[in-house]
Design a binder for this molecule. Structure first.
Ligand code: SF4
Ligand code: MG
Length: 314
Protein backbone atom coordinates (compact mmCIF):
# COMPACT_ATOMS: atom_id res chain seq x y z
CA UNK A 1 0.00 0.00 0.00
CA UNK A 2 1.46 3.40 -0.94
CA UNK A 3 1.98 5.96 1.81
CA UNK A 4 -0.22 8.42 -0.03
CA UNK A 5 -2.64 7.75 -2.81
CA UNK A 6 -4.79 10.30 -4.59
CA UNK A 7 -7.62 9.56 -7.01
CA UNK A 8 -9.29 11.98 -9.42
CA UNK A 9 -8.73 14.91 -7.08
CA UNK A 10 -10.45 18.17 -8.00
CA UNK A 11 -10.26 21.55 -6.30
CA UNK A 12 -12.45 24.15 -7.96
CA UNK A 13 -12.97 27.71 -6.75
CA UNK A 14 -15.71 30.18 -7.54
CA UNK A 15 -14.13 33.49 -8.60
CA UNK A 16 -15.07 36.71 -10.39
CA UNK A 17 -13.87 35.14 -13.64
CA UNK A 18 -16.07 32.09 -13.14
CA UNK A 19 -15.17 28.63 -11.93
CA UNK A 20 -11.41 28.15 -11.48
CA UNK A 21 -10.51 24.51 -12.07
CA UNK A 22 -7.17 24.70 -10.23
CA UNK A 23 -6.96 20.96 -9.70
CA UNK A 24 -8.85 19.10 -12.35
CA UNK A 25 -8.53 15.37 -11.85
CA UNK A 26 -5.18 14.42 -10.34
CA UNK A 27 -4.10 10.84 -9.71
CA UNK A 28 -0.85 10.16 -7.89
CA UNK A 29 0.81 8.03 -5.28
CA UNK A 30 3.87 8.30 -3.08
CA UNK A 31 5.66 5.22 -1.79
CA UNK A 32 7.41 5.16 1.56
CA UNK A 33 10.88 6.66 1.29
CA UNK A 34 10.26 8.21 -2.11
CA UNK A 35 10.92 11.76 -3.21
CA UNK A 36 8.38 12.64 -5.86
CA UNK A 37 8.90 15.83 -7.83
CA UNK A 38 5.99 17.90 -9.04
CA UNK A 39 6.94 20.36 -11.76
CA UNK A 40 5.12 22.83 -13.94
CA UNK A 41 4.84 26.54 -14.57
CA UNK A 42 3.69 28.93 -11.93
CA UNK A 43 -0.12 28.85 -11.85
CA UNK A 44 -0.48 25.22 -12.98
CA UNK A 45 -1.98 24.09 -9.65
CA UNK A 46 1.08 22.71 -7.86
CA UNK A 47 0.59 24.68 -4.66
CA UNK A 48 -3.15 24.04 -4.68
CA UNK A 49 -2.33 20.34 -4.88
CA UNK A 50 0.04 20.62 -1.90
CA UNK A 51 -2.52 22.49 0.17
CA UNK A 52 -5.32 20.13 -0.79
CA UNK A 53 -3.24 17.11 0.25
CA UNK A 54 -2.84 18.63 3.71
CA UNK A 55 -6.52 19.58 3.66
CA UNK A 56 -5.62 23.23 4.13
CA UNK A 57 -8.00 23.57 1.20
CA UNK A 58 -11.03 21.32 0.80
CA UNK A 59 -11.21 19.31 -2.42
CA UNK A 60 -14.31 19.55 -4.58
CA UNK A 61 -14.17 15.89 -5.58
CA UNK A 62 -11.93 12.85 -5.49
CA UNK A 63 -10.17 10.92 -2.77
CA UNK A 64 -7.02 11.24 -0.66
CA UNK A 65 -5.79 8.18 1.21
CA UNK A 66 -2.96 8.29 3.70
CA UNK A 67 -1.68 4.89 4.83
CA UNK A 68 -4.92 3.37 3.59
CA UNK A 69 -7.18 5.77 5.50
CA UNK A 70 -9.52 7.99 3.50
CA UNK A 71 -8.72 11.48 4.81
CA UNK A 72 -10.70 13.37 2.15
CA UNK A 73 -13.47 14.32 4.51
CA UNK A 74 -12.36 13.41 8.05
CA UNK A 75 -13.36 15.78 10.86
CA UNK A 76 -11.07 18.42 12.39
CA UNK A 77 -10.05 16.28 15.33
CA UNK A 78 -8.88 13.40 13.17
CA UNK A 79 -7.34 15.87 10.75
CA UNK A 80 -5.17 17.36 13.50
CA UNK A 81 -3.75 13.96 14.19
CA UNK A 82 -3.17 13.25 10.47
CA UNK A 83 -1.33 16.59 10.19
CA UNK A 84 1.32 15.35 12.59
CA UNK A 85 2.25 12.88 9.88
CA UNK A 86 1.98 15.19 6.85
CA UNK A 87 3.80 18.51 7.06
CA UNK A 88 4.54 21.30 4.63
CA UNK A 89 7.59 23.48 3.98
CA UNK A 90 6.88 26.76 2.19
CA UNK A 91 8.83 28.89 -0.27
CA UNK A 92 8.90 31.84 2.09
CA UNK A 93 9.23 30.61 5.66
CA UNK A 94 9.39 34.20 6.91
CA UNK A 95 5.76 34.77 5.98
CA UNK A 96 4.74 31.92 8.28
CA UNK A 97 7.03 32.83 11.22
CA UNK A 98 5.38 35.14 13.74
CA UNK A 99 7.78 38.13 13.99
CA UNK A 100 6.96 38.76 17.65
CA UNK A 101 7.86 35.27 18.83
CA UNK A 102 11.31 33.82 19.42
CA UNK A 103 12.35 30.75 17.45
CA UNK A 104 12.05 28.74 20.66
CA UNK A 105 8.44 29.84 21.09
CA UNK A 106 7.64 29.25 17.42
CA UNK A 107 9.02 25.73 17.54
CA UNK A 108 7.40 24.87 20.84
CA UNK A 109 3.90 25.87 19.69
CA UNK A 110 3.12 22.73 17.62
CA UNK A 111 4.35 20.57 20.50
CA UNK A 112 1.91 22.33 22.83
CA UNK A 113 -0.97 21.87 20.36
CA UNK A 114 -0.18 18.18 20.03
CA UNK A 115 0.46 17.77 23.76
CA UNK A 116 3.97 16.41 23.22
CA UNK A 117 5.49 16.17 26.72
CA UNK A 118 5.82 18.69 29.55
CA UNK A 119 7.66 21.95 29.13
CA UNK A 120 11.10 20.54 29.97
CA UNK A 121 10.58 17.74 27.45
CA UNK A 122 9.39 20.22 24.81
CA UNK A 123 12.48 22.38 25.31
CA UNK A 124 14.64 19.31 24.92
CA UNK A 125 12.91 18.37 21.64
CA UNK A 126 13.26 21.94 20.32
CA UNK A 127 16.96 22.15 21.22
CA UNK A 128 17.55 18.79 19.53
CA UNK A 129 15.85 19.79 16.29
CA UNK A 130 17.57 23.19 16.19
CA UNK A 131 20.93 21.48 16.31
CA UNK A 132 19.90 18.83 13.71
CA UNK A 133 19.03 21.47 11.11
CA UNK A 134 22.36 23.21 11.68
CA UNK A 135 21.27 26.31 13.58
CA UNK A 136 23.29 27.63 16.53
CA UNK A 137 21.88 26.72 19.95
CA UNK A 138 21.21 30.36 20.89
CA UNK A 139 18.78 30.66 17.92
CA UNK A 140 15.92 29.78 20.24
CA UNK A 141 16.20 33.15 21.99
CA UNK A 142 16.25 35.16 18.77
CA UNK A 143 13.53 36.51 16.48
CA UNK A 144 12.83 35.62 12.83
CA UNK A 145 14.13 38.94 11.43
CA UNK A 146 17.58 38.18 12.86
CA UNK A 147 18.06 35.27 10.44
CA UNK A 148 19.09 35.08 6.79
CA UNK A 149 16.84 33.48 4.14
CA UNK A 150 18.69 30.18 4.32
CA UNK A 151 18.54 30.11 8.11
CA UNK A 152 14.83 30.86 8.02
CA UNK A 153 14.33 27.92 5.74
CA UNK A 154 16.23 25.81 8.29
CA UNK A 155 13.72 27.03 10.89
CA UNK A 156 10.87 26.07 8.54
CA UNK A 157 12.39 22.61 8.14
CA UNK A 158 12.86 22.28 11.92
CA UNK A 159 9.21 23.13 12.44
CA UNK A 160 8.11 20.57 9.86
CA UNK A 161 10.21 17.87 11.54
CA UNK A 162 9.10 18.49 15.12
CA UNK A 163 6.21 16.08 15.22
CA UNK A 164 8.00 13.21 13.49
CA UNK A 165 6.12 13.35 10.19
CA UNK A 166 6.20 10.64 7.53
CA UNK A 167 5.52 12.84 4.52
CA UNK A 168 6.60 16.42 3.87
CA UNK A 169 5.24 18.51 1.02
CA UNK A 170 8.04 20.92 0.10
CA UNK A 171 6.58 23.81 -1.90
CA UNK A 172 9.41 25.56 -3.77
CA UNK A 173 11.61 25.35 -0.65
CA UNK A 174 14.71 26.82 -2.31
CA UNK A 175 13.25 29.07 -5.03
CA UNK A 176 13.70 32.26 -3.01
CA UNK A 177 17.30 31.48 -2.02
CA UNK A 178 20.68 32.27 -3.59
CA UNK A 179 22.18 29.42 -5.61
CA UNK A 180 24.91 28.61 -3.06
CA UNK A 181 22.36 28.49 -0.26
CA UNK A 182 19.98 26.35 -2.35
CA UNK A 183 22.51 23.51 -2.39
CA UNK A 184 22.94 23.67 1.39
CA UNK A 185 19.20 23.48 1.98
CA UNK A 186 18.74 20.64 -0.53
CA UNK A 187 21.54 18.72 1.18
CA UNK A 188 19.89 19.29 4.53
CA UNK A 189 16.62 17.90 3.14
CA UNK A 190 18.48 14.83 1.87
CA UNK A 191 20.11 14.28 5.27
CA UNK A 192 16.84 14.73 7.14
CA UNK A 193 15.14 12.29 4.81
CA UNK A 194 17.66 9.60 5.73
CA UNK A 195 17.66 10.41 9.40
CA UNK A 196 13.87 10.52 9.82
CA UNK A 197 12.85 7.99 7.13
CA UNK A 198 10.81 10.63 5.32
CA UNK A 199 9.02 10.77 2.01
CA UNK A 200 8.79 14.04 0.10
CA UNK A 201 6.58 15.62 -2.47
CA UNK A 202 8.90 18.22 -3.91
CA UNK A 203 7.13 21.04 -5.74
CA UNK A 204 9.22 23.18 -8.05
CA UNK A 205 9.01 25.16 -11.27
CA UNK A 206 12.72 24.44 -11.70
CA UNK A 207 13.42 21.15 -13.47
CA UNK A 208 17.13 21.27 -12.72
CA UNK A 209 16.46 21.22 -8.97
CA UNK A 210 13.99 18.37 -9.38
CA UNK A 211 16.49 16.43 -11.46
CA UNK A 212 19.05 16.62 -8.70
CA UNK A 213 16.68 15.74 -5.94
CA UNK A 214 13.86 13.37 -6.96
CA UNK A 215 13.32 9.65 -7.55
CA UNK A 216 10.23 10.14 -9.65
CA UNK A 217 8.83 13.18 -11.38
CA UNK A 218 5.31 14.25 -12.25
CA UNK A 219 4.76 17.05 -14.72
CA UNK A 220 1.67 19.13 -14.18
CA UNK A 221 -0.19 21.30 -16.66
CA UNK A 222 -3.35 23.30 -15.93
CA UNK A 223 -4.53 21.21 -13.02
CA UNK A 224 -3.60 17.77 -14.34
CA UNK A 225 -0.59 15.46 -14.34
CA UNK A 226 0.45 15.07 -17.98
CA UNK A 227 3.55 12.88 -17.54
CA UNK A 228 4.98 10.75 -14.75
CA UNK A 229 8.17 8.69 -14.83
CA UNK A 230 11.24 7.87 -12.81
CA UNK A 231 13.79 10.63 -12.93
CA UNK A 232 16.13 8.95 -15.40
CA UNK A 233 13.43 7.94 -17.84
CA UNK A 234 11.91 11.40 -17.79
CA UNK A 235 15.23 12.95 -18.75
CA UNK A 236 16.28 10.39 -21.31
CA UNK A 237 12.91 9.76 -22.92
CA UNK A 238 10.38 12.54 -22.24
CA UNK A 239 7.16 11.77 -24.09
CA UNK A 240 4.87 14.71 -23.51
CA UNK A 241 5.47 17.79 -25.68
CA UNK A 242 5.05 19.96 -22.58
CA UNK A 243 7.74 18.06 -20.67
CA UNK A 244 10.04 18.46 -23.66
CA UNK A 245 9.39 22.17 -23.84
CA UNK A 246 10.13 22.58 -20.12
CA UNK A 247 13.38 20.71 -20.57
CA UNK A 248 14.46 22.98 -23.37
CA UNK A 249 14.53 25.76 -20.80
CA UNK A 250 17.21 23.89 -18.81
CA UNK A 251 20.68 24.30 -20.28
CA UNK A 252 22.37 20.92 -20.74
CA UNK A 253 24.83 20.44 -23.60
CA UNK A 254 24.90 16.63 -23.15
CA UNK A 255 21.24 16.19 -23.99
CA UNK A 256 19.79 16.10 -27.51
CA UNK A 257 17.37 18.88 -28.27
CA UNK A 258 13.82 17.65 -28.68
CA UNK A 259 11.71 20.69 -29.13
CA UNK A 260 11.45 24.42 -29.31
CA UNK A 261 11.16 26.24 -25.98
CA UNK A 262 7.65 26.86 -24.79
CA UNK A 263 5.76 29.75 -26.39
CA UNK A 264 2.53 31.46 -25.40
CA UNK A 265 0.96 31.92 -22.00
CA UNK A 266 -0.57 29.42 -19.63
CA UNK A 267 -4.35 29.61 -20.22
CA UNK A 268 -6.52 30.54 -17.24
CA UNK A 269 -7.88 27.69 -15.11
CA UNK A 270 -11.26 29.40 -15.58
CA UNK A 271 -11.04 28.74 -19.30
CA UNK A 272 -9.38 25.38 -19.90
CA UNK A 273 -8.99 24.57 -23.61
CA UNK A 274 -11.14 21.81 -25.12
CA UNK A 275 -9.72 18.38 -25.86
CA UNK A 276 -6.07 18.24 -24.86
CA UNK A 277 -5.60 21.19 -22.51
CA UNK A 278 -2.12 21.76 -23.93
CA UNK A 279 -3.26 22.09 -27.55
CA UNK A 280 -3.11 25.92 -27.64
CA UNK A 281 0.67 25.76 -27.13
CA UNK A 282 1.58 22.38 -28.56
CA UNK A 283 3.63 22.37 -31.77
CA UNK A 284 2.19 18.93 -32.63
CA UNK A 285 -1.50 19.68 -32.10
CA UNK A 286 -3.98 18.23 -34.60
CA UNK A 287 -7.77 18.40 -34.96
CA UNK A 288 -8.04 15.29 -32.81
CA UNK A 289 -6.17 17.11 -30.00
CA UNK A 290 -8.63 20.00 -30.08
CA UNK A 291 -11.62 17.65 -29.85
CA UNK A 292 -10.58 14.72 -27.70
CA UNK A 293 -8.94 14.80 -24.26
CA UNK A 294 -6.04 12.32 -24.13
CA UNK A 295 -6.20 9.67 -21.44
CA UNK A 296 -3.38 9.55 -18.85
CA UNK A 297 -2.07 6.14 -19.80
CA UNK A 298 0.88 3.86 -19.26
CA UNK A 299 3.26 3.61 -22.22
CA UNK A 300 5.89 1.54 -20.36
CA UNK A 301 6.11 0.21 -16.78
CA UNK A 302 6.13 3.25 -14.48
CA UNK A 303 5.85 5.74 -17.33
CA UNK A 304 2.52 7.46 -17.90
CA UNK A 305 1.65 10.17 -20.39
CA UNK A 306 -1.44 12.13 -21.38
CA UNK A 307 -0.84 12.65 -25.10
CA UNK A 308 -2.51 10.98 -28.10
CA UNK A 309 0.86 10.67 -29.80
CA UNK A 310 3.07 9.70 -26.86
CA UNK A 311 4.18 6.46 -28.54
CA UNK A 312 5.04 7.92 -31.90
CA UNK A 313 6.83 11.22 -31.24
CA UNK A 314 10.59 11.23 -31.07
FE1 SF4 B 1 0.07 18.01 -28.15
FE2 SF4 B 1 -2.00 16.66 -29.08
FE3 SF4 B 1 -0.29 15.47 -27.46
FE4 SF4 B 1 -1.94 17.34 -26.55
S1 SF4 B 1 -2.50 15.34 -27.35
S2 SF4 B 1 0.19 17.16 -26.08
S3 SF4 B 1 -2.02 18.74 -28.26
S4 SF4 B 1 0.14 16.23 -29.52
MG1 MG C 1 3.11 27.91 -6.12
Amino acid sequence: MPLLSVTDLKTHYQSRDGLLRSLDGVDLFVERGETVGLVGESGCGKSTLGKTLLRLVDPTAGRIEFKGEDITRVDQRRLRSVRKSIQMIFQDPFASLNPRHTIGEILEAPLVVHKAGDSAERRRIVAGIVSKVGLPADSINRYPHEFSGGQRQRIGIARALLLNPELIVCDEPVSALDLSIQAQILNLLVEMKKEFGLSYIFISHDLSVVRYFCDRVMVMYLGRIVESADNETLWSDPRHPYTRALMEAVPDPSRPRHAAPLGGDLPSPSNIPSGCRFHTRCPLATDRCRAEEPEFRSIAPGHEVACHFADSIN
